[in-house]
Design a protein around this ligand. Structure first.
Ligand code: FES
Length: 191
């Protein structure tokens, strides 16, 4: 069975050819960062290959999309996409659970500080009053518009009663083309 040697610990693991490196490390409870769960979309599980380049599986499309086709320069592979068919040594020294935990906590604190703003009661009350005022204005406007044709006199020529909202006319009811055709038919049949 192929052997996977871990740097810097020097630990040697036997690995099935059909199992990817990330899953094998997880079996041994060895920490490797991962936020996509091994689907090849976060690139967190990146490891460095120190030896055994010829024994690596070809990178799948997802991996090339994330890391590019530059393995010969960087020697970096995604642990979740990598399978091996012979002895390989990889460097996992930058996967450190403590520093990752610290970084995550720091990030969370910064996020909470930056996003959550606690409003003072006076501010909330003032906003409430403001909103109530706006709501009342809206209701007033709506009442003015409601049944406006009833409020407007029919006599448009009267200078004392100028045209009001909507021209003082009752709005026409909506008529579809089909409806008009039906009406026409009714009229014709009555004749
Ligand atoms: S775990 Fe996310 S890319 Fe490997």
């Amino acid at each position: 069975m192929p052997k996977l040697t871990l740097h810097p610990s020097g630990q040697v693991l036997e690995i099935n050819e059909n199992l990817n490196v990330l899953d094998r490390l997880r079996e041994e409870e060895i920490y490797v960062r991962s936020s996509c769960g091994g689907t090849g979309s976060c690139s967190d599980c990146m490891i460095k290959v120190l030896s055994g380049d010829d024994n690596l599986s070809a990178p799948p499309f997802e991996e090339i999309q994330l890391l590019g086709n530059v393995f010969h320069l960087t020697k970096e592979r995604l642990a979740c996409q990598l399978k091996i068919s012979g002895d390989v040594t990889v460097d996992i020294s930058h996967h450190n659970i403590e520093t990752d935990q610290e970084r995550r906590e720091k990030k969370n604190k910064e996020f909470i500080k930056s996003k959550i703003k606690v409003k003072k009661k006076a501010q909330v009350d003032a906003e409430y009053v403001e909103r109530e005022k706006e709501r009342e204005e809206r209701m007033k406007e709506r009442d003015e518009w409601k049944g406006h044709w009833k409020k407007s006199p029919a006599n448009r020529d009267d200078p004392m009663n100028p045209k009001r909202l909507g021209g003082g006319k009752r709005p026409k009811l909506f008529k579809s083309v089909e409806r008009e055709e039906l009406d026409k038919k009714d009229d014709d049949s009555e004749k």
